[in-house]
Write a protein that binds this ligand. Structure first.
Ligand SMILES: [Zn+2]
Ligand SMILES: [Zn+2]
Length: 387
């Protein structure tokens, strides 16, 4: 595999950074230790500019090429971990109870740091490489916070790229696709109010458990009967809370769930149908329903030309037949979508091999990915900014 030689030399050092980060996971925007360590490293590498505090705790590093050029390339990694207890038993396992790098963002950050070190050392390109380290990918929309804080305009970014490791995809393989590659994920909360009462006198009550069950059943018709069978969508109720004992019909119930789609048209259809079903079903039984439908991350839409470019760079690293440019879209979500809505670019998956799945307590980022992912970043910069 033609990984960049200098990157092979840096493998051990980057692995060290990754494992150190793994031992000290931080959540959402509270990534102070990680962000400080990233900023300190970027300064030590000799980046032309290191700017912390973009999108609260995001960090941006600016590296100018040796040759003149106007193009500015953005490369993004995420820094945050997840609220779960690690069960890997690794020597470098999390030292923080209830927090764990279970999505591999430690690996993403370490690889982009490795690329920054190489690019600041060699500067064999024209124009500017901008390395972006974002907080709060896991549900906090840190990518959106950085965009709102002027990320694209302040640094003059023309194109932006992102990468995520993927368990089950073999080491040494990349996968991506033009168009929708990951879903939108909106949040549904349904608060039901019926009429509580004695379980022996149901005719005098309005049973929120029955109403909630009917709503859940009706919601299954949205994907089955409203969405085009050739399109994809998910409507899942994942929480239903009601009642405290066996002889009281509960006055209140609460349901929560997720609605996901791969395009905005379907996303709007889900919203409309869910609203109609919740209101109509509650009314049918004489209950009151309050639906809160909160927009989450938008669809991750890869731009065509930039996706082909990213795939070409990956092919150069791992070989022609190891890059799948027709991988099926995932119904999971990613807030890199906010960046792709601002600038052309592409999101690519890099194989993490036969590891536990993302967000699993036994998951670990595979350090064998480091030379591949880091080489991808440096060749992406050197090629996009060839001048
Ligand atoms: Zn995740
Ligand atoms: Zn992730």
């Amino acid at each position: 595999m033609p990984i960049v030689n200098r990157i092979a030399d840096l493998h051990a050092e980057i692995t060290g950074w990754r494992r150190e980060m793994h031992m000290h996971p931080e959540l959402l925007y509270d990534v102070h230790r990680t962000a400080a360590s990233v900023a300190e490293k970027l300064k030590a590498f000799g980046c032309d500019e290191v700017v912390p505090g973009i999108g609260r705790t995001g960090v941006v590093g600016v590296i100018k090429g040796r040759k003149a050029g106007n193009k500015v390339l953005g490369m993004r990694a995420d820094m945050d971990a997840l609220p779960l207890e690690e069960e890997t038993g690794l020597p470098y396992k999390s030292t923080v109870p209830g927090k764990m790098h279970a999505c591999g963002h430690d690996g993403h950050t370490a690889m982009l740091l490795g690329a920054a070190k190489y690019l600041a050392e060699t500067r064999n390109f024209a124009g500017t490489a901008v390395v972006i380290f974002q907080p709060a990918e896991e549900g906090g929309a840190g990518g959106e916070a950085m965009v709102k804080d002027g990320l694209m305009t302040r640094f003059g970014i023309n194109e932006v790229y992102g990468m995520h490791n993927y368990p089950g995809l073999p080491i040494g393989q990349f996968a991506t696709r033009p168009g929708a590659v990951m879903a939108s994920a909106d949040h549904i909360t349904i608060e039901l109010e019926g009429k509580g009462g004695h379980a022996a006198r149901p005719h005098l009550a309005v049973d929120t458990i029955l109403v909630g069950c009917q709503i859940i059943n009706q919601l299954q018709s949205v994907v089955a009967r409203n969405v085009d069978p050739l399109d994809s969508a998910v409507v899942s109720v994942c929480m239903f809370q009601a009642g405290h004992t066996d002889n009281v019909i509960p006055q209140h119930a609460i349901l929560r769930g997720t609605a996901r789609a791969l395009n905005d048209e379907t996303r709007q259809l889900l919203r409309k149908r869910i609203n109609t079903i919740v209101e109509g079903t509650a009314a049918l039984y004489g209950a009151k329903a309050e639906l809160t439908y909160a927009n989450g991350y938008p669809v991750v839409v890869n731009h065509e030309r930039e996706t082909e470019f990213a795939a070409d760079v990956a092919r150069e690293i791992v070989g022609k037949d190891k890059v799948d440019t027709n991988t099926p879209p995932r119904m999971a979500a990613e807030d890199f979508s906010f960046m792709l809505n601002e600038r052309p670019g592409a999101f690519i998956f890099v194989g993490n091999g036969d590891s536990a799945g993302l967000h699993h307590p036994a998951y670990d980022f595979n350090d064998e990915v480091i030379p591949l992912g880091t080489s991808y970043w440096v060749r992406l910069a050197e090629t996009a900014l060839a001048g």
